[in-house]
Design a binder for this molecule. Sequence first.
Ligand SMILES: *[C@@H]1O[C@H](CO)[C@@H](O)[C@H](O)[C@H]1NC(C)=O
Length: 505
Amino acid sequence: MKAVLPFLLALCLALGVTGGKKFKVDPKKSKVYGPGLEPHKIVYPARYLFIEPHDTKGNRIQKSLGANSFKVQVEGQSSEGTYCRVWVQVLDRYDGTYVARYRTYQTCRDTIIHVLYNGQHVGDSPYKIQDPVYSEHCYCPEGDIEAWQVAVGCPADYPQVTRDLAPFPQVDFDSILNAAAKRFDAAGSRSFCNYVVKNNQMYRKCYGQHVGFNMFMDNILQSLLRKMLLPDIEFIINLGDWPLVDPKVKPLLPIFSWCGSEDTADIIMPTYDLTEATLEMMGRVTLDMLSVQSNNDIPWDVKKPKAFWRGRDSRRERLDLIDLARAHPHLFNASLTNFFFFKEEEEQYGPKEKHISFFNFFDYKYQISIDGTVAAYRLPYLLGGSSVVLKQDSPYYEFFYHELKPNVHYIPFKRDLSDLVEKIEWARANDDQVKIIAENGRKYAQENLMPRDVYCYHAALFKEWSKRLTSEVRVRPGMEHVPIEEHEKRFGSCRCHRLTRHDEL
Ligand SMILES: *[C@@H]1O[C@H](CO)[C@@H](O)[C@H](O)[C@H]1NC(C)=O
């Protein structure tokens, strides 16, 4: 069996190439688009753009043209007159489209982006950028939050933000903070921070024992402050995974959290996991919403028709899943990778399996998403991959779950797993339909869970929130000033023309 897979793969690749002969790529008719083409306006840690090859008749080509068919080069001058350092990657999404992404490490002037197919320019390449292109680590806010939202093309609002903020038309933060400190700090068991943004600087005071996770809030807030002038705001963020706000207890407290649940009333932000993957793209992390789309080239028909799962023992149903998998080995490949919560049952449910790369999950057609302590934060990546997601019914949600439709974007199964075997059997018997659900899920992720969306969601939330604060935002006694880091100094000065332009006028 082992020898068959590479053979099938080789065959598919060969067919792709043969298929490629039927159509001819027309570089001029091919499309290049995305925020990475406006690096002077849209600053992300890793900027990205899309390449969509079209044939001579103008039709989209829906097959991979091979890993090295497109070349993207980004060149420019640093302020010291040398070439600026830019790291570029081209990712094959195996559906005919490509993502190019690049990270800049210093300010680039006279930037030119070349997108080439067999040495020929694609779309309107070369793209010449007159204005300076700043790296993520420059403090160069571009006007106010609204101007930034327009420049980036953010959605005007998010239903989840509207819903979360509806109970808070007017907020007197002084009373909120007192109530929150009384309710959550007293026991010392909850960790949370009070953040203030004043004159585009950030300050915080944290409560509780485990406040290390404030680094996630620091990072995204710093990244936003470098790009835009935020209104003065003040908020409380819950540093734990569990949502905190009991809707029956008055006063209702506005608390920002990474995970929501149907019986709590927290205000939800994109998870720290997805946000860090955005901030550290092409840096500290390897799994992010772009890499997950391109690191498994196994076509649907070659994927194994089994349900795959790996994870730790953070919820009873995860152990139940192992029981099911053992009873139905032809339908599942599921193992626990770590024991902590149910350590005494390790003998029964172990041995723990060693870690495998997330990208290899997609060797299998069916991906199981099952809650951990709260929502499983891997759902964005599972959707963005090339398999179909089977998701456990759950009261927990992330910022985008309410937009997902069962049997359109994923296949639901009951919380107690009682219909999971039936759902997998149904999937095996309805392959065409299931393939469409897989594609819908992926498309949803491509359109709603990209770095752009992570930034836009935070911006929308902070903007809406600022409108509701009635008390004056001020730096409170005991707050720590968190300076905005400017790593650029290592590579030369930022010298923001956006800021100096105002001075010159
Ligand atoms: C389960 O999946 C892993 C990773 O793909 C693989 O190495 C292993 O052989 C599979 N187990 C079975 C019983 O198929």
